[in-house]
Ligand binder design. Structure first.
Ligand code: A5P
Length: 232
């Protein structure tokens, strides 16, 4: 069994009739979307969804899920999304898939953000995975310079397959900050980053996870809630 699939199927069991559901982005979230759609088909659940990327929306529609209009959605009951790293304080780095801005907008309006991961994503501290920062394309080189001066770490523009800067679903770009170890001043880092003109959002998520589901190779899962230590 794929651990990501095991975690996602467990997470999908928390979706109930009548709910408004946020759909994440990435390979793990894709399993969740198909698992939710399977329940909708077999149990006749009436739910409406908003996806955090064009790719997830397409997958959801293809599987028959109903996509809601934003002006009719005030809160999400549940959102199921992946993460690149989760620390013992339930902070996360997200955005390996480039959808962090939409993911943060949805997570911030969600009652229960369920994060689905395999065990490799649980980390004693955040920062081995590069921290994605979404920037406005205009003058991004100067935004990069200011980030470099502020943190002194290597910064790489996220590229598309053709080697050009990747353009996100919102027409923005992503800079990856390679701290290569524990993030500096993790509690104030997000606010600090946002003082730089051109920075739109960062992939550090704090206080936005209400439930973690870890999938294992044998198909079992472990569930954790903020405050719980990650023990197996
Ligand atoms: C997408 O922008 C990300 O936040 C993903 O949720 C994260 O990168 C995890 O991706 P995988 O589930 O593909 O590992």
């Amino acid at each position: 069994v794929n651990p990501k699939q095991a975690a996602s199927e467990k997470a999908a069991s928390y979706v109930q009739d009548g709910m408004t559901v946020g759909l994440g982005t990435g390979s793990t979230a894709a399993y969740a979307i198909t698992a939710i759609a399977a329940r909708v088909r077999s149990e006749g659940l009436k739910i409406r969804c908003i996806a955090t990327s064009h790719a997830s929306e397409e997958l959801a529609r293809k599987n028959g899920l109903i996509i809601a209009e934003w002006h009719r959605v005030s809160r999400f009951d549940v959102t199921i999304d992946g993460a690149d790293e989760v620390d013992p304080a339930y902070r996360m780095i997200k955005g390996g898939g480039g959808a962090l801005l939409r993911e943060k907008i949805v997570a911030s309006s969600t009652d229960r953000e369920i994060i689905v991961v395999d065990q490799s994503k649980l980390k004693p501290s955040l920062g081995a995975f590069p921290l994605p920062v979404v920037v406005v394309p205009f003058g991004w080189q100067r935004t990069r310079d200011r980030l470099e001066a502020m943190f002194g770490c290597e910064i790489t523009p996220r590229e598309a397959v053709n080697g050009e800067p990747l353009v996100t679903d919102d027409g923005l770009q992503i800079l990856d900050l390679h701290f290569g170890g524990p993030l500096p001043e993790v509690d104030t880092l997000e606010a600090t980053l946002k003082t730089i003109p051109g920075v739109v959002e960062c992939g550090l998520f704090t206080g936005l996870c209400q439930h973690v589901i870890v999938g294992h190779l044998d198909g079992t899962t472990h569930e954790f809630f903020p405050g719980d230590p990650f023990t197996f």
